[in-house]
Design a protein around this ligand. Structure first.
Ligand code: C2E
Ligand code: MG
Ligand code: MG
Length: 707
């Protein structure tokens, strides 16, 4: 092996290093040729280093550590190994180009050498300096380029593969559609979306209107018969040089299903919010909504809208005697019946309890409302059967009309309600049109009456206590419980404003039960606190007094609160005491036997039968304040008061003067030996806190007057 360098010249900037396998340097024609060429082209900045070796194996060894620009390989057509050698070189050193040198002009052999991996060939016999040099340089450049190209192609293929993978594995369906609407490519996800083999899709028509667009939702009818929903995005793109559409389809079926489910839930919740759960009728909110709409329409159409306010008669009886579940069933049946009485455009709603409302919009005249009311009453009054029980139910209906009676919803509702109350008062099972000439006067009373129904539950009642003192010592011996009602609309109301109404409606019974307990509890609490005990009296209304369970209620309240009965006093008015004389005697005895104190209130205002008064086990007569007024100057009152006190004492009863306001009254009453007194002169009725303050002072060493 020898190395031959071209004569080095300073201007040479590039070297070609050549390995010639087949000849020793001495015999190497190439070397001579190169040198000749170099001399002839001194101006070209190109040098070369030639390494020669005879043996092929030596050549291979040289290739390993050195970097050659090109290999020249002598091959012979009669040497069977020649082409193999070419193959070995090009496969082991693919980056180095091989030029074969062939002895004879064998073109066929030359082209076989090219196929075996040689880049070019030269015929040794016709070796020409110029041709050789050009061939060497051209081969080297061409080979560099082809390697570059090959690498580039390899990179390209790899990146295409990567891209393909991304597309294939994409969760979204990717479909390429050409301008004729034919699918050219579809990824796996596309196959899944359509329930098809992805490879079957190319060639088929896409079938969806395709325009470059942000998103569109499409329904896909899959092969398995199911429907899928996809969000499709389309962009214009290129595909093998052709302009195409690239559609990305995201399967949103599950999301849409979940949304639909949510929407259903929301609808259901809305339904619940606007409907009564028991009857499925619209509730108050929906009724008011519809009424609002109807009123607006009515205004435009210049017509009328009527409201029917309906309350079942005797529903409480059904509930109490047959049980709540039967009561519920009854309400459901009533709801159905009501619906059958009205047109599609009308609304029937349940406000709560046994109260229903019906709205009749777009009426020409109010008598149409009366026709519907009559129909409703007739339908409801037919007997119905609930679990084998035949039930007769009727209703009372009040009607108000927009805009005749009122122009706002609140008033319309109230007026229909008021008219309904009148229907009740007129014996139930009838309807009444709102009549301002009657109903407006009742308006305050109506509002109070409505409020009274819930006043106990809403804890709107408060109790004030008016001290009662011994007229001689001034010592407080008791107090009278007087009811006050903190009304949300009218403020603090006094008994004269609501007790008569409470009696009329029977609500007094419940109110009285509440007061009885309250008073016993309060008194017991004060005693437990350590104050000297006093008695507290409370007023029984005639209605309460005639209740069968009065005695039981009193006994229970005493037992439950552990109050000693002697500290509870019950007042009945004289007129009440004289209503049913035998009953009064019996009831008073029953109460007396339990140890409570009894008194006759407003004494002198009624017509007492002296015979009975003697038989009443009452402890005290309360001289009505109308007789105490202007004592002693009013001669009549003086006479009456004198007589009452004398008579009471002769019957062994005590007297207490009510409404005592002046010193003169006190002096006069003292002179008549009246026992006790109560009135503004001593104290106005006090809150429980203020009375407690008095009780505390009473225990102090120096007791003030009237304590
Ligand atoms: P009454 O039982 O005769 O109660 C005495 C009334 O006279 C009380 O009026 C009291 O504030 C008032 N009064 C007390 N001292 C004087 C005074 O010096 N001058 C004047 N002018 N008035 C005085 P109130 O609290 O308005 O009660 C009125 C009536 O309401 C009571 O008359 C009683 O009949 C009834 N009432 C009060 N509370 C209840 C109750 O809890 N149940 C029942 N059924 N009726 C009650
Ligand atoms: Mg009283
Ligand atoms: Mg009185």
């Amino acid at each position: 092996m020898e190395q031959i360098a071209s004569e080095s010249s300073p201007q040479v900037s590039e070297h070609i290093s050549i390995l010639h396998i087949g000849e020793s340097s001495r015999e190497c024609q190439i070397s001579a040729s190169l040198q000749r060429w170099r001399q002839a082209h001194a101006d070209i900045e190109l040098g070369f280093v030639l390494t020669c070796t005879r043996q092929f194996d030596d050549g291979l060894r040289l290739l390993k550590p050195n970097r050659f620009s090109v290999v020249l390989l002598d091959i012979y057509s009669d040497d069977p190994d020649s082409l193999d050698k070419v193959g070995i070189l090009s496969s082991e050193y693919p980056e180095i180009p091989v030029i074969v040198l062939i002895i004879d002009n064998d073109h066929d052999f030359a082209s076989r050498a090219i196929k075996a991996g040689a880049q070019d060939y030269l015929f040794k016999d016709h070796l020409n300096d110029q041709i050789m040099m050009r061939t060497i340089r051209y081969t080297i450049e061409k080979h560099k380029l082809s390697i570059l190209l090959r690498n580039h192609l390899r990179d390209l293929r790899a990146s295409r593969e990567r891209f393909r993978n991304i597309i294939e594995r994409n969760a979204d369906a990717i479909i390429i559609v050409d301008k004729t609407g034919t699918v050219r490519f579809a990824n796996k996800a596309a196959g899944k979306l359509f329930d098809r083999e992805a490879s079957d899709l190319p060639g088929e028509l896409f079938g969806f209107p395709i325009v470059a667009k942000d998103t569109a939702e499409i329904d896909i009818f899959r092969k398995d018969g199911k429907k899928a929903i996809a969000e499709m995005r389309v962009v214009e793109s290129e595909w093998s040089g052709e302009s195409v559409f690239l559609a990305t389809l995201r399967d949103v079926t599950k999301r849409r299903e979940a949304e639909e489910e949510m929407e259903k839930m929301r609808k259901f919740e809305r339904h619940l919010a606007y409907h009564d759960t028991l009857t499925n009728l619209p509730n108050r909110s929906l009724f008011y909504d519809r009424l609002n709409q109807a009123i607006n329409q009515t205004k435009r159409a210049n017509s009328l809208t009527a409201i029917l306010f309906l309350d079942l008669d005797g529903f409480k009886w059904v509930n109490d005697s047959l049980g709540h579940s039967k009561g519920d069933m009854l309400l459901q049946i009533v709801a159905q019946k009501l619906k059958r009485c009205i047109r599609e455009s009308d609304t029937v709603a349940r406000l709560g309890g046994d109260e229903f409302t019906v709205m009749l919009p777009n009426l020409d005249n109010a008598t149409n409302a009366a026709v519907v009311a009559r129909k409703i009453l007739e339908t409801l009054s037919k007997p119905l059967s609930i679990s084998g029980n035949e039930i007769h139910i009727t209703a009372s209906v009040g009607i108000s009309v927009f805009p005749t009676d009122a122009e706002d919803i609140e008033s319309l509702m109230r007026f229909a309600d008021i008219a309904m109350y009148r229907a009740k008062a007129k014996g139930k099972n009838n309807f009444q049109m709102f009549d301002p000439s009657i109903d407006v006067i009742d308006s305050r009373r109506f509002t109070i009456e409505k409020g009274l129904r819930n006043a106990v539950d809403n804890l709107e009642f408060v109790v004030h206590y008016q001290p009662q003192v011994d007229i001689n010592t001034g010592k407080m011996i008791g107090s009278e419980a007087l009811l006050r009602w903190q009304n949300p609309d009218f403020g603090l109301l006094y008994p004269t404003e609501f007790i008569p109404l409470a009696e009329e409606t029977g609500l007094i019974v419940n109110i009285g039960k509440w007061l009885l307990r309250k008073v016993c509890e309060q008194n017991r609490k004060w005693q437990k606190t350590g104050y000297d005990p006093i008695r507290i009296s409370l007023n029984l209304s005639a209605r309460q007094f005639s209740e069968d369970d009065l005695v039981d209620d009193v006994v229970n309240a005493l037992n439950d609160t552990k109050l000693d009965p002697q500290y509870l006093e019950l007042e009945i008015t004289e007129s009440c005491a004289m209503q049913d004389l035998e009953y009064t005697v019996e009831t008073l005895h029953a109460l007396k036997s339990r140890g409570v104190r009894l008194s006759v209130d407003d004494f002198g205002t009624g017509y007492s039968s002296m015979g009975y008064l003697k038989r009443y086990p009452v402890d005290t007569l309360k001289i009505d304040q109308s007789f105490v007024k202007n004592l002693p100057s009013d001669k009549d009152n003086s006479a009456i008061t004198t007589a009452i006190i004398a008579m009471a004492h002769s019957l062994g009863k005590k007297t207490i003067a009510e409404g005592v306001e002046t010193d003169e009254q006190v002096r006069f009453l003292k002179s008549l030996r009246c026992d006790e007194m109560q009135g503004f002169h001593v104290s106005k009725p006090l809150t429980s806190d203020s009375l407690e303050e008095l009780l505390r002072k009473r225990s102090a060493p120096s007791i003030p007057k009237y304590c």
